[in-house]
Every structure is written in C-alpha cells, then in structure tokens.
Design a protein around this ligand. Structure first.
Ligand SMILES: Nc1ncnc2c1ncn2[C@@H]1O[C@H](COP(=O)(O)OP(=O)(O)OP(=O)(O)O)[C@@H](O)[C@H]1O
Length: 328
C-alpha cells in the first residue's frame, strides 16, 4: 500500500534537504532530530527514521527538558516513548534556563547550546520548523520594522542545523502524525493569546488569507526566500568591499562614501563586529554611517560595549570611550 500523502510529503522533504548540494559534506553522517514532542518534530522524527533506514545512516533524537513547567520531565519521557514507537532512540537533555532577555529567548538559547554540544560530532541536527513558522517570522518581522536579514527568515540548511520542513504546512505534519498513529504533545504556549505570535497565527493570518483569498503563508515564505537571495548577494559584495576600503587599522571614508547605502552599512556592520563591538542596533548603524555619508565635522557616536566611532584624517576608527584624537 502506498504511504499516506502527508507521510510521503514529509519523507520527500527530508530526502530533498539531505540531497541538496550544501548538504553534500554531511553525506552518510549521523542525523539528530531535535524533538519537542510536538506534531512538527514528531513527524520529522518519523520521516527521518524512515529515510535514514533506507540510506543506512544512523539517526537519533534529542529531547530538551527546559524544566520550566511542572511535569516537564513527564512530557519529555512521553516524547521518548513516541520516538521509541517509530524505532528512534532518544536521549533527554536537561538544561538550566537563566531567564536573561526573556524566558522564551533564554530557553531557545539554552536549547541550541545543548543540541550543539550533545550531537555526535559531524552530525546534522534536524529542526521541525514549518512553512507556517517561516510565514509567521516574516510577518512579525515586517510588523516590527526588522531588517532584511531577519525578514528573510530561516535557512533550510545552516550547518549543523537543517530544517527540512520549511516548505511543509503544519496541517501536513499533523496529518502525518495521525496517519502513523503518533500522539503529539500540544504545548499550551502555542494557544496562549498573550504571545504575539499566537495571535498572529490565530487571528491575523486567517484574516489575511480571507482578504487575499488564500496562499498567504506560501507567499510570505516566497518573500523570505527572495529576500534571502538578495541579502546573500549584498553580503558577498560587502565582504569584497570591506577588504578594499580597509586602510591603516580603519576604513577609508573616501572609498566608502560612494558605495550604495545598503552595501556601505553592511561593510560598517561587518567591520564593527570584527572590531569587537557587540549588538549593533539599526540606530547605531545609521549614526555610524552618518560619519561617512553625511560628514559635517560631527563627533562620533557612542557604540555598545563602551566603544566610540571616530573619524580622523579621512579614516574611521573604533576606540574605547575616553581617547579623543582630533577630528578631520
Ligand atoms: N524541547 C525541545 N527539545 C528538542 N527540540 C526542540 C524542543 N523545542 C523545540 N525544539 C526544536 O525546535 C523546533 C522549533 O520549535 P519552536 O517553534 O517551539 O521553537 P521556538 O521557540 O520558536 O525557537 P526556534 O524557532 O528558534 O527553534 C522544533 O520543531 C524542534 O525541532
């Protein structure tokens, strides 16, 4: 009997990602599925187990227990049982979440650190993000005025991370679970209307679908892909330009100025990161760019990490706050 269409779609998605040219260095490497026990990552585990068996490669799952809610250990244990039913061995990794920068973000950070540390060396870690997650990320980014890179969403392959389901709808992962007799865990956070992402999913996207007569999630995912291609091209150009405009431990303003703003700001961002300036916001970057594009002899902006940007003798330099050479 041919497999259920949803099951086929999930398997094809995993096969395609592993067969992509960028995944070639990982051919034959072990596969690790990051499994929360939810429908997306459970369907991913089932598809990966099947594809791995056919290809003769090792596959296992990691379930992260963030310890944030009562009974999180029981939820993790249930996920391990579901994984055992599809023939995938799993380990539970407990992490400490410090709550810095918000609980959600801290949990995510701890999860990625643990997955990276626990995976067998040389393996790919498969994550269950779907097309719906991608669409929500794009829409949230647009609404918050984020930069192109963050609206460009997630990559399907960004070693050691792989996201085979970025073209698969959430309804398909749910159907694939049902068809395989799997019982996903329903995270109460996914329906908690205090989260902007949840309201976007349950209120905004359905309304947009109605107004635009369907296809919105796919369209947003397409926007993400196009932007990603544009961003990649711009970043390549910026890398080349950065090596050209370097001068005397700084940057040459006369060489920088004629560059298109999108390239110039990327050059500045990459160079400032290289100089050790942390967490640049868009406002910092614009102020830094003002020293090049709109130079009127002004003082340089203060940057995060107690750094100051200065323009002297036609060169940009990063200094720690306190030292002041003459402007020029
Ligand atoms: N507790 C967990 N243990 C293992 N993997 C997990 C866990 N939670 C999430 N994941 C992995 O991350 C994927 C995305 O999950 P989710 O959308 O909940 O994450 P998020 O909080 O939005 O963060 P991010 O999207 O950056 O991973 C899941 O499909 C799964 O592969």
């Amino acid at each position: 009997m041919p497999p259920d269409p949803a099951v086929s779609e999930t398997r094809t998605a995993v096969r395609r990602t592993l067969a992509s040219p960028d995944a070639a260095p990982f051919k034959g490497s072990p596969l690790v599925v990051a499994c929360s026990g939810g429908a997306d990552s459970l369907a991913l585990a089932a598809a990966t187990a099947h594809v791995a068996r056919q290809a003769g490669v090792e596959a296992q799952a990691i379930v992260v227990d963030h310890g944030l809610q009562v009974g999180s250990d029981a939820i993790a244990a249930r996920s391990v049982e579901q994984l055992a039913a599809i023939g995938m061995s799993a380990q539970v990794v407990e992490v400490d979440v410090d709550g810095m920068g918000g609980l959600e973000a801290a949990a995510r950070k701890a999860r990625y650190v643990a997955l990276r540390a626990e995976r067998p060396s040389g393996s790919l870690v498969l994550l269950g993000h779907t097309l719906d997650d991608q669409a929500e990320t794009v829409l949230l980014g647009l609404g918050r005025g984020s930069g192109a890179r963050s609206i460009a969403g997630m990559r399907s392959l960004d070693p050691p991370w792989a996201r085979p389901f970025l073209g698969v709808r959430r309804t398909t992962t749910e159907a694939a679970c049902r068809a395989q007799g799997l019982e996903p865990w329903h995270d109460p956070h996914n329906t908690d209307a205090r989260f902007a992402r949840v309201r976007l999913r349950t209120e905004v996207l359905p309304l947009l679908e109605e107004v635009l007569q369907g296809g919105v999630a796919e369209a947003l995912a397409r926007t993400a892909r196009q932007l990603r291609e544009d961003c990649d091209a711009l970043e390549e150009v910026a890398e080349t330009e950065l090596s050209r405009v370097r001068a005397d431990h700084g940057l040459d303003c006369a060489e920088l100025r004629p560059l298109p703003a999108a390239v110039r700001r990327r050059v500045l961002r990459d160079w400032l990161a290289e100089e050790g300036v942390p967490e640049m916001t868009d406002a910092h970057l614009r102020a830094a760019d003002g020293l090049v594009a709109d130079w009127r002899g002004q003082g340089g902006p203060a940057l995060p990490g107690d750094f100051v940007l200065r323009r002297a003798h036609g060169r940009l330099r990063v200094e720690t706050a306190g030292r002041k050479p003459p402007n020029g």
